[in-house]
Design a protein around this ligand. Structure first.
Ligand code: HEM
Length: 408
């Protein structure tokens, strides 16, 4: 992306560089000094809170890249238009139809999940055994938790969890900006997407023949036959739920534990008062959000910070920078769960506001309060920890803690 014509491009390159993954926040602070940045002739970067909120809500913004060709011949969506991806990348009105159908099946199923989530969390901590030891929060807690929850929702047996886990990991890299992927990574992604379709097809066919009370079976019979999502949309929705609900939650739990260990005063308060968990989780979503950036394209000329961005341009919205905008959050680099009016951008905004926010909150609250209550004398073995290369879904690759004991 580096361009001498556009100075912010060098800063943006530093943000994309995996060597800086452990702490991109100084770059964000630098970018926040100016209201709008140009990265390339048709690519812009927005970092300030109010501009991001405005753009996320603007109906003239599209998730679709107008330069991205539609497959030829393209399969058709249930509205008869060429299909180009899950509803995360669709615009209203068809986005709204598919989102409504998914919410209708998803929300009632997650409402009763809290006891199951708490059992999963405590079971994972119990598995560490007695006495002093070392736990890797990523592999021993944060990864198994959301994959167990998604498999429960989809009615997939526990024996399939490793397969889901592997798909989630491989598909997630596809969320990063295309220019940060090597040709080999792009080719691998295409292969993985094909394998995911091949894996899902017989699973969906089984639910057709023999429906259960899981989410897949529910979506197959949701609403009326004319507007119901078709097979290609269902496959895309399931893939999206897997990716959107997996790595994000892993990162929220891991970023949360890391932040608590760096803020022992808050950790002590959470240990004494589990009711602090919701405020802690909201502050982690602001302070170190699992989704750092999203993007849109303009369908018409749009004014941002006094400049006009032409139609058809690509706008990157740096959610994690907006969360640290001093115009919106007092002392933004301080982790403060007592912060009033914490309307962070961790779950995005507008019509694409995270559909799984309630589930993510439940999982993170259960995990962080259990770690605070049960893990005695936790010590980080490496700070900063090693990070995965992903820029958009950013989080540590491992987070190893030594402890004296995990209490019952
Ligand atoms: C910590 C956890 C999570 C975070 C930080 C997160 C964040 C986000 C963000 C920022 C968006 C908006 C993307 C955009 O506007 O481009 C989004 C959308 C979405 N998320 Fe989440 N998410 C999390 C967990 C989940 C879970 C657990 C699920 C479901 C199992 C989920 C499902 C979705 C879906 C389906 C969308 C697309 C909504 C739409 O296009 O209407 N997310 N999420």
């Amino acid at each position: 992306m580096t361009s001498t014509q556009y100075p912010a491009a060098a800063l943006y390159d530093s943000i994309l560089d995996p060597a800086n993954r452990h702490d991109p926040y100084p770059y964000y602070a630098e970018l926040l000094a100016e209201p709008l940045h140009r990265l390339d002739e048709h690519v812009w970067l927005v970092t300030r809170y109010t501009d991001i909120v405005q753009l996320l809500r603007d109906p003239r913004m599209t998730q679709r890249d107008p330069r991205q060709p539609v497959a030829d011949p393209a399969p058709l969506g249930s509205d008869g238009t060429p299909f180009h991806g899950p509803f995360l990348v669709m615009d209203p009105p068809h986005h709204d139809t598919l989102r409504r159908q998914t919410m209708h099946q998803f929300i009632p199923r997650i409402l009763g999940l809290r006891p199951h989530i708490e059992r999963l969390v405590h079971g994972l901590l119990d598995a560490r055994g007695q006495g002093p030891g070392v736990i890797d929060i990523v592999t021993d807690l944060a990864y198994p938790l959301p994959v167990g929850v998604i498999c429960e929702l989809l009615g997939v047996p526990a024996s399939e969890e490793p397969v889901f886990h592997a798909f989630a990991e491989r598909l997630t890299r596809g969320l990063d900006p295309e220019e940060s992927l090597s040709e080999q990574e792009k080719a691998e992604l295409a292969v993985t997407r094909g394998e995911w379709r091949d894996y899902l097809t017989p699973m969906i066919a089984r639910r057709h023949r023999d429906p259960g009370d899981d989410l897949i079976s529910g979506l197959l019979t949701e609403g009326d036959a004319e507007t119901r999502m078709n097979a290609v949309e269902l496959g895309a929705t399931l893939g999206m739920l897997l990716i959107a609900g997996h790595e994000t939650t892993v990162n929220l739990v891991t970023n949360g534990v890391l932040t608590l260990l760096r803020n022992p005063g808050v950790l002590g308060r959470l240990r004494a008062d589990p009711d602090l968990a919701p405020a802690v989780v909201e502050e982690v979503l602001r302070y170190d959000p699992p989704v750092q950036m999203t993007g849109r394209h303009t369908t018409a000329p749009i004014q941002v910070a006094g400049q006009t961005i032409p139609a058809g341009d690509d706008i990157r919205l740096l959610l994690a920078a907006g969360n640290r905008d001093p115009r919106r959050f007092t002392d933004p680099a301080r982790f403060d769960p007592d912060r009033p009016d914490n309307a962070h951008l961790g779950f995005g905004g507008g019509v694409h506001y995270c559909l799984g926010a309630a589930l993510a909150r439940m999982e993170a609250q259960a995990a962080l309060s259990a770690v605070a209550a049960r893990v005695r004398a936790p010590r980080l073995l490496a700070d900063p920890p090693a990070y995965r290369p992903n820029m958009v879904l950013r989080g540590p690759a491992t987070l190893r803690l030594a402890y004296d004991e995990i209490t019952a």
